[in-house]
Write a protein that binds this ligand. Structure first.
Ligand SMILES: [Zn+2]
Length: 262
């Protein structure tokens, strides 16, 4: 009977029956795995309470006898990331990134670069190395680059004019085409998102940076806001799915904004 021993992040868990949990994990060398943790719901002692969302674990699984899900045999903690789960804003961002990965990945398909990105972003979120909003810009732009559908940001997606050659301080976004449009190529009747040159430069820079260099960056609040608006439209469009966690994240931001206005 095949056993797998690997390092994995808990992306999702749902209750199954009276006693069990079905857990979706993202593994460093096995890709996405869905397993059943027997007895985990009934007794926290069964897995020592380590099966928490976003935790990084060492796990051992074995095949089930029939056609059922693989069975989680053992799980031990590498990183608990407790600071993420103790704050609603950090939880909302981690849920959004986990849902993106869960929707994108197919069971058993390896993507070690994406695993490293998610684990390093969860670590930075937990440690507070970057604010959650800047980190989310970094995560999304890096995610798209790794998955091969990064936006075209250096030139117009229609006529290929270099972005730096255009006089306009803003460029239109065409999400379906996958990038920016110069002033000449933007349909006149087209009501669309715009990105300032400053935000486009931020996204270009974030796409090339690693997490350490990105943590030193101090973008303007306006660039972060514009960048997030763009990425949170672009990523779900290219995944072909509305993301529940994004709806919650937006509601949370609206509540926070109202509180500041009041
Ligand atoms: Zn153009």
């Amino acid at each position: 009977m095949t056993c797998i021993s690997t390092r994995a992040i808990v992306l999702r868990k749902i209750e199954y029956g009276d006693a069990d949990l079905i857990i979706t994990l993202f593994s460093s060398d096995q890709g996405k795995l869905t397993v059943i943790a027997k007895g985990a719901k009934k007794s926290r002692k069964r897995f020592s309470g380590v099966l928490e969302l976003f935790s990084t674990l060492n796990i051992v699984t074995r095949e089930s006898r029939g056609r059922g899900l693989p069975i989680l045999q053992e799980a031990s903690l590498i990183y608990p990331f407790v600071n993420i789960r103790s704050g609603i804003e950090k939880t909302a961002y981690a849920s959004y990134w986990s849902e993106i990965v869960n929707v994108w990945m197919v069971d058993g398909q390896k993507q070690p670069g994406l695993y490293s990105l998610l684990e390093s972003c969860l670590d930075a979120l937990d440690q507070g190395h970057m604010t959650p909003d800047i980190l989310s810009v970094f995560f999304q732009i890096q995610f798209m680059k790794l998955c091969g559908f990064g936006p075209t940001l250096f030139h117009c997606t229609a006529c290929c004019q270099d972005m730096m050659e255009t006089q306009s301080p803003y460029m239109a976004v065409d999400i379906a085409r996958g990038g920016i449009l110069c002033h000449n190529c933007q349909p006149k009747s087209f009501s669309c998102q715009n990105l300032s040159k400053g935000t486009i430069k931020l996204l270009q820079w974030m796409e090339k940076a690693d997490a350490v260099r990105a943590a030193r960056l101090r973008p303007t609040p306006c660039s972060i806001h514009e960048g997030l608006d763009f990425l949170e439209s672009f990523v779900p469009h290219h995944l072909g799915k509305q993301l529940h966690s994004l709806t919650f994240l937006r509601q949370l931001r609206a509540v926070s904004l109202n509180r500041h206005v009041c």
